[in-house]
Design a protein around this ligand. Structure first.
Ligand SMILES: Cc1ncc(C[n+]2csc(CCOP(=O)(O)OP(=O)(O)O)c2C)c(N)n1
Ligand SMILES: [Mg+2]
Length: 414
């Protein structure tokens, strides 16, 4: 210690979650706003005018399942029912693929349990030709579309003979250009710079297509996040910058990534980007905010950053055990609830849905997912060895296979 000082020794602040296993999490840290209470500015608003919106929470559905306030979107009941079914399908797909991983039919899986509304409602606000740069937790972007085959997705998960990526990607890292779904990269935060670059290219080409970038709370600590914000702001890139704050980055609480005394949405305002903080478990709010941001981008008003507040209800992946680091009943106590239950309650409240119809839809979707799995398994699973030979990894690297790769393939002896 250097000399005498009138100051107490310096010390660092290390954020802690407000609940550990065996305790009840204190969720007051979330800073919620009542449904309908947050204003909706015009789409040509400035970043400065969204300062308050980056600390409050845009919500539409109230506790009685009513759609209230200025953000309530004009969606007809049939579209909402499609949204509900897509979320249910996503949850069923996840449950079955988790089970298939436990049966060793695939090597690895990641669910989006509890976060279904974000990707599904967002996809409803985009147009054909727009490009998403997703992480591994946006399978809902694909499952919400009727032009995407679940069988194809499952073949990728099982790395089988029909896997369009030939077993060269981790399961869940889909790639579907025709569905506006850029190849998922395991290198987190790269999605942000790539999306901004794609959006800039669209503008340079004089096109009308926009980009949608995806990142998690934890990954915002990567420098790519900040680089992307600078480029998006400077060139007014036509991009939606989605930050999914599901409270956890594997076992690390969101406060460690910088969400304790400020918000992830506030990062955007500081970079000159209009920003919103939105209830990610509220299908209507997700749709409304996404549509607002898409309209801004398409009208050349530039980027929008949206922090989606949600909760990762399941383990991080099939390799994780969350009971080691957080209370087991956390999700049940999460104040923003379950996105499927909330949209279901709304559809019942407006007289478009019933418990019986819900059960019927659940049965239909379970049968649809089971049939897709049966079909996918006909092309092999990890269990029965129907996977591409290791020798194929040398193919498609160069147009003509160079000698050194040929030699390495021979050394494999297969
Ligand atoms: C650049 C980089 N660093 C670390 C990892 C390892 N990793 C994989 S997922 C993950 C946690 C990410 O958390 P978050 O961004 O909050 O997304 P979530 O999993 O909650 O959706 C980490 C650290 C990685 N894939 N890429
Ligand atoms: Mg996270």
């Amino acid at each position: 210690m250097s000399g005498m000082s009138e100051y107490a020794p310096l010390r660092l602040h290390v954020p802690e979650p407000t609940g550990r296993p065996g305790q009840a999490t204190d969720f007051s840290y979330l800073r919620l706003s009542p449904a309908g209470s947050v204003r909706r500015p015009p789409v040509d608003t400035s970043h400065f005018d969204t300062q308050d919106l980056s600390y409050t929470l845009v919500r539409v559905l109230d506790d009685e399942g009513r759609a209230v306030g200025p953000w309530a979107p004009q969606l007809d009941a049939a579209t909402l029912e499609r949204g509900l079914r897509a979320m249910m399908k996503t949850r069923i797909f996840d449950a079955r693929m988790l089970l298939a991983q436990r049966q060793k039919k695939l090597s690895f899986y990641m669910q989006c349990l509890g976060e279904e509304a974000i990707a599904v409602a967002h996809s409803f606000a985009l147009e054909k030709g727009d490009m998403c740069f997703p992480t591994y937790r946006q399978q809902g972007l694909l499952l919400a579309r009727d032009d995407v085959s679940m069988v194809e997705m499952m073949c990728q998960l099982m790395s089988n003979a029909r896997d369009p990526l030939k077993g060269r990607q981790l399961p869940v890292m889909y790639s579907m250009k025709r569905a506006g779904f850029f190849s998922v990269s395991g290198n987190l935060a790269t999605q942000f710079i790539q999306a901004v670059g794609w959006g800039m290219a669209s503008a340079i080409a004089g096109d009308t297509r926009i980009a949608s970038a995806w990142i998690g709370d934890g990954s915002t600590a990567e420098s790519d996040f900040h680089t992307a914000l600078t480029f998006a702001h400077v060139y007014r890139a036509p991009v939606i910058l989605n930050v999914v704050n599901n409270q956890w980055a594997i076992s690390t609480f969101q406060a460690i990534a910088g969400g304790e005394t400020t918000t992830f949405a506030a990062r955007g305002v500081g970079c000159g980007i209009a920003s919103l903080r939105v209830d990610g478990n509220d299908f209507l709010a997700v749709y409304a905010a996404s549509a607002w941001a898409a309209e801004r981008a398409r009208r050349n008003f530039g980027p929008t950053l949206i922090e989606w507040v949600s909760y990762r209800a399941g383990p991080h992946s099939t390799s994780d055990d969350p009971s080691k680091y957080r209370p087991a009943d956390d999700w049940k106590r999460f104040p923003l609830g379950d996105p499927i239950a909330r949209l279901k309650a709304h559809l019942i409240a407006i007289g478009h849905w019933s418990e019986a119809q819900h059960e019927q839809a659940q049965r239909e979707l379970e049968a649809e997912v089971a049939a897709a799995q049966k079909e996918a398994e006909r092309h092999g699973t990890l269990l029965d060895g129907g996977i591409p030979s290791a020798a194929t990894m040398f193919e498609d690297v160069y147009e003509q296979m160079p000698d050194h790769l040929r030699r390495q393939r021979q050394q494999l002896g297969i």
